[in-house]
Write a new protein. Sequence first.
Length: 439
Amino acid sequence: MTDPLPPVELSVRCERAFLPVVLNVVEGGSRALGAGEKEALRLVLATEEIFTHLIGVLPPETRVTLRCATGVYNFSVELAVPVENIDLGAFNITASVFPESEASLEEMGLLIAARSVDSLLVEKGADGGVIFRIVKEREYPESGSIPEVRLPEDSGALTVRDATPESLKLFTYLLLRYVPSNRYPAAFRYPGKVADMVKSGIYGALVAQDATGAVGGGILWHLLSPEMAECFGPYCFMKERREETIRALLDGVLGKIARSSVLGLINRYHPEEIPPGYFEELGTIRDYSGGEKGKEYPYFFRMMREDLGAKVWVHPDVEPFLRETTRRLFLPREILPVHDEGEHRPAHSVISARFEPPARRATLRPLWPGQDVAENLSRHVAALTAEKIVNLLFEVDLGISEHALWIPALLSQNFAPKVILPYAGKGDLLLFQYDAASA
């Protein structure tokens, strides 16, 4: 693991006089942390729009805490304010700008900020305030023409070992050549990025190699939360000895994870021929990227340590699904029902969207509650389906009580609960999938 450089931090009053200082710190700090000119300018643009918006809505004595950091393959800027009551509707990807509306034009900058970087998250801070987290990933070249990579000989012995930057590049070339694009994350299309993801220490990787260094398969993993890991694969590129190689890679990653403190392992991206005995099936998600009928793919799970139980917040409309699923998976859960009791909420809710273009998939997640939950969800569905997104998922974190209040809107707009991912967020994640056929 490579130790990241320490973050660059600044605390200023929310006044226009400090805007140049903020922008200089973001540009100079991100460049000092390794960002290129393009990445730094995108971070500056997004920061400028957010800070300018805050100047217009917050008292000038409000303190804004700025933090620039690097994660080896990405760069981030956080702006934290100790104020909760801020209208955040313009951060939705479906936000509209109306030229005749001065207020709308003023919020156009927030829309620019949200779309100029790879992700912009809005979260509640520990002090009850708001944290804006801007993330820009390092620019990596795609493999234009995939190089020819030699596979191990059929008779050669394979050894599972920790991946090196060079073996990861070979692994990625083979992944791009032999595995359908819907069976691995979009980030894996970039060989250099995969190498940096592992170099950062956030991801681990094993490869199966012969004595000459030829790669026959591999597997990657990372932490979804402090309690839960997720693996990708195992991928085997050889026609012969597939089960033997897949088992060796699975045994290798299980051995690595067993030495950590995580409770279990989730597997969403995998080959179809996972050997029996390694995982339980959490449920299935239908993939429509290959045609209208789609194809069901199972999500797998393995508990590594005893689950001592957890509390989950859920709307009564999906309580039967949750009880049946946790019973089937032997997950001890205290189910706490959540009802809308008319408590105050901001006017506008915010939804984040994570895109995976090769799989024509988008995963939505509530970022901020609001009075317009149903309308906001409807706008997102309309916009994404118009963009030919055929796989539309929505994540509800059962460890966050207010997330449960989105469930009636999801059910009314043709989303159905499909899979529970144990401990994959602050609590369990409940995945809903949009059914376009019944819309």
